[in-house]
Design a protein around this ligand. Structure first.
Ligand SMILES: [Zn+2]
Length: 273
């Protein structure tokens, strides 16, 4: 009971629950979804909070009666979480005082203009996508592109994810521009048209003797061992592909390599052609 609930990430494949409560001067709301299932299958899973919201009423709103304030709380919460609830696949459940529901189930004359503008239930019908404001578009991008769990997906993936939850005219272009302009994406851009050095095939002559045609390379920055920290590799290219490894140091110069060759190779194979 005393432990702080950890907020869960919204899951758009599960229905949302909206719990609101109004007092004289303000309101609070919790957006939640069903969490883990209980061990006892017959019991309903617990609701897990996704987000909290609170707001104070304006002095004009203080004059509303408690039913109106409860409704106002619902409308404020719906507006606040419109980016979640506006395009949810499933109907969401509003949990509020039962008495209020009864009050609004009976036809009411909404005598106040303010209330009428607040009541835009069509905004929350699943299949209708209201044209989002610039702020809402950005909020959507924060969820599906910028957020650490979203991980800055590329343009096409961002568009795909976005169309699952919202659609508006010019959406592809808007998202494309957004991703192009994302500083984080630019910094971590994976170069997809990476230049690849073509592999060069070393040609050989027929009947080449061992170590007549060779390739040499240095393996450097090795841990110091018996005064050495590098290996000169000499590979036979023309005949056997055998390799000779000679210990040396990484500050070895041309004459040093020639000396190693003379000491270890020349006596067996002579000079390479
Ligand atoms: Zn990005």
């Amino acid at each position: 009971m005393c432990s702080q609930p950890v907020l869960a990430q919204p899951n758009f494949n599960k229905p949302f629950f909206l719990q609101t409560n109004a007092s004289t001067y303000g309101m609070g709301a919790i957006l939640s979804q069903e969490g883990e299932h209980h061990a006892v299958a017959s019991q309903k899973p617990k609701l897990h909070p996704i987000a909290y919201y609170s707001a104070t009423f304006t002095p004009m709103e203080w004059n509303y009666n408690i039913y109106e304030r409860e409704l106002l709380a619902i409308m404020k919460a719906l507006t606040h979480w419109r980016h979640y609830l506006g395009w949810t696949k499933y109907p969401f459940t509003i949990l509020t005082d039962h008495a209020n529901l009864l009050y609004y189930k009976t036809p009411k004359k909404l005598d106040d203009n303010e209330n009428q503008t607040l009541l835009k239930p069509e905004l929350f019908i699943n299949t209708i996508y209201p044209t989002p404001t610039e702020t809402e578009k950005r909020q959507l991008m924060i969820i599906i592109h910028d957020h650490p769990t979203a991980g800055h997906p590329g343009r096409d993936e961002t568009i795909r994810k976005a169309t699952e939850i919202w659609q508006w005219v010019g959406m592809r272009q808007w998202i494309s521009d957004y991703v192009k302009g994302c500083a984080n994406c630019q910094q971590n851009k994976i170069i997809t048209h990476k230049k690849k050095t073509p592999l060069y095939h070393i040609t050989t002559n027929d009947g080449t003797l061992p170590f007549q045609q060779i390739a040499m390379d240095l393996i450097t920055r090795l841990p110091q061992q018996a005064g050495y920290n590098a290996i000169l590799t000499i590979m036979d290219h023309g005949c056997s592909r055998a390799a000779i490894f000679l210990p040396c140091t990484d500050n070895i110069t041309g004459p040093g390599i020639a000396q190693l060759y003379l000491d270890h190779m020349y006596q067996w194979f002579g000079l390479p052609s």
